[in-house]
Write a protein that binds this ligand. Structure first.
Ligand SMILES: Nc1ncnc2c1ncn2[C@@H]1O[C@H](COP(=O)(O)OP(=O)(O)OP(=O)(O)O)[C@@H](O)[C@H]1O
Length: 488
């Protein structure tokens, strides 16, 4: 046993997070060859993890585990890339907050008393898996390939997405033009690609053009191409997008924004199956399948005279509707996990998932920008997150502060912290008087100060009078020999 952390021990070091270490478990780990390092605060955990490659941790939940203590333990362990094993008392896992803590932040858990080898086997298992994960994360080439495939995968299991998927299969077996309606960012282009990929045309080109992104004066030549000298600046022949998609699929995105004169030429192509390049001398037959989409209400555009009814009927032989993200239920979580897989590597830390407050914040948000907004939001959170789990705060969704997303434990913890802070200020930082006013013992107030971080937070002149180092592990000198104590 040493009193200083030794990185050479890192392979068999377990980081013990506990307010009062349970010496039996420590003895068992030491006997099995583990080096045990003890930490009580988030800062101590952070420092220890940064000083050596610690892979596994044991977090011991106190007998009467208050929500405040749970929140403190949560902030300790959520900041590190360590596989945590929770040690709980019988019946403790029946408490929903404890269950959530284990599910969100821990690799596994053991229930005391743990007389057999379960704990050490679990430690070895967690350590082994950590090493596997680490090796896997170096496998860049394969991952890049997988990421490219993943980007074109349509994720979704809700009823509306299953229906859409069946619709894609039907459209893929047919040659008729398909019109895809849906709000911006719902995945219309992805659906158009899926139709192409599942069709007999898959081996030929899929060409997409955004009709709203090209100036009206250029759209016609972009679609149909032009001959050399067709207009000033046409220095050479240009093949249009329709010809470029020959044998394959042409995806006309934002068709609702197509200028009127272009609509007429497109209609002719749909009727006759031929195009004429600008400045060209005759029609050219082109075999291309048309899929179009728009986020605008085409019926309203037709009523307003902005879109031709006859063109609409030509384009909309088959129709698919993309459901907005807010109506996809559990798919929100699936898509968030998919986005995390895509951008996991962008973060400084290895993110393991989403905390439960992040999940409920995502379910409570209306996602006006749909899947695109969700993907960007997760991507940003991966970069900004400081812990191993993306929290609601990392997501930064509008309106989150006032809506659900904070657990009851967090709300209680904040209320307790505020009450303690105010009582101390009223009593000139006299612990005894503040404890009397709050109706708690001095010892409980000590504990609250430690667990709420108020002791670390106060500038020196505000330090409560009489606050001493509350090193509960110190009450067992034998334990001090077996466990390395982190300096506060
Ligand atoms: N079901 C899905 N599974 C996985 N990714 C999806 C899904 N739907 C959309 N995406 C992703 O969301 C982003 C936006 O999708 P896409 O461009 O297809 O939407 P859109 O409806 O065509 O948008 P716009 O109306 O702005 O043109 C893309 O990155 C796409 O890969």
């Amino acid at each position: 046993m040493t009193n200083a952390f030794d990185p050479l021990h890192a392979d068999r070091t377990v980081l013990l997070v506990s307010l009062k270490p349970d010496t039996e478990s420590v003895d068992r780990l030491v006997a099995a060859g583990w080096h045990v390092v003890h930490a009580k605060t988030a800062q101590q955990v952070q420092r220890t993890v940064e000083r050596g490659a610690i892979h596994v941790g044991l977090v011991q939940l106190p007998l009467e585990c208050s929500s405040q203590q749970l929140a403190e333990l949560e902030s300790c362990i959520s900041q590190s890339d360590v596989a945590w094993i929770a040690e709980v008392r019988p019946g403790q896992a029946d408490n929903p907050s404890v269950r959530r803590f284990i599910l969100d932040f821990c690799f596994d858990f053991v229930t005391l008393p743990c007389h057999d080898e379960r704990l050490t086997i679990l430690m070895g298992h967690a350590d082994g898996l950590w090493a596997l994960r680490d090796t896997a994360s170096h496998d860049h080439d394969h991952d890049h390939e997988k990421a490219a495939v993943a980007k074109s995968t349509m994720i979704g299991q809700c009823e509306a997405m299953q229906q859409l998927n069946r619709g894609v299969d039907k459209c893929a077996r047919n040659e008729a033009p398909v019109f895809i309606a849906g709000e911006s960012g719902t995945g219309k282009e992805l659906t158009a690609r899926a139709i192409h990929d599942r069709s007999a045309r898959a081996k030929d080109a899929f060409v997409a053009i955004n009709c709203a992104a090209i100036p009206p004066s250029l759209l016609q030549s972009e679609l149909f191409g032009h001959e050399r000298g067709a207009f000033t600046g046409a220095l050479q022949r240009k093949i249009g997008r329709i010809e470029a998609a020959a044998g394959g699929t042409l995806f006309l995105d934002e068709i609702g924004d197509m200028p009127h004169e272009c609509q007429a030429v497109l209609l002719r192509f749909l009727q006759e199956g031929t195009i004429e390049r600008l400045g060209g001398t005759g029609p050219i037959k082109v075999d291309v399948r048309i899929v179009s989409a728009t986020h605008v209400d085409l019926m309203a555009a037709i009523d307003a005279g902005r879109f031709r009814m006859d063109l609409y009927h030509r384009l909309c032989v088959l129709r698919l509707d993309e459901p907005p993200l807010r109506e996809r239920g559990g798919d929100i979580k699936l898509l968030a996990q998919h986005a995390l897989e895509l951008y996991r590597r962008d973060g400084a830390r290895k993110i393991r998932g989403f905390s439960s407050d992040a999940i409920s914040a995502m379910f409570n948000y209306s996602w006006p920008g749909n899947v695109r907004e969700l993907i960007n939001c997760v991507r940003r959170a991966v970069v900004m997150a400081e812990g191993r789990f993306i929290t609601a705060q990392d997501l930064g969704l509008p309106g989150m502060e006032t809506k659900a997303g904070r657990t009851l434990a967090e709300i209680r913890c904040d209320a307790e912290r505020a009450a303690v802070r105010e009582a101390l200020a009223r009593h000139a930082y006299s612990l005894s008087s503040a404890a009397i006013e709050l109706g708690i013992s001095r010892a409980t107030l000590y504990r609250l100060l430690n667990s709420s971080g108020l002791r670390d937070e106060s500038p020196s002149q505000r330090h409560p009078r009489g606050v001493a180092e509350c090193d509960e592990a110190g009450s067992d000198p034998a334990a001090q020999h077996r466990i390395e104590q982190m300096a506060p």
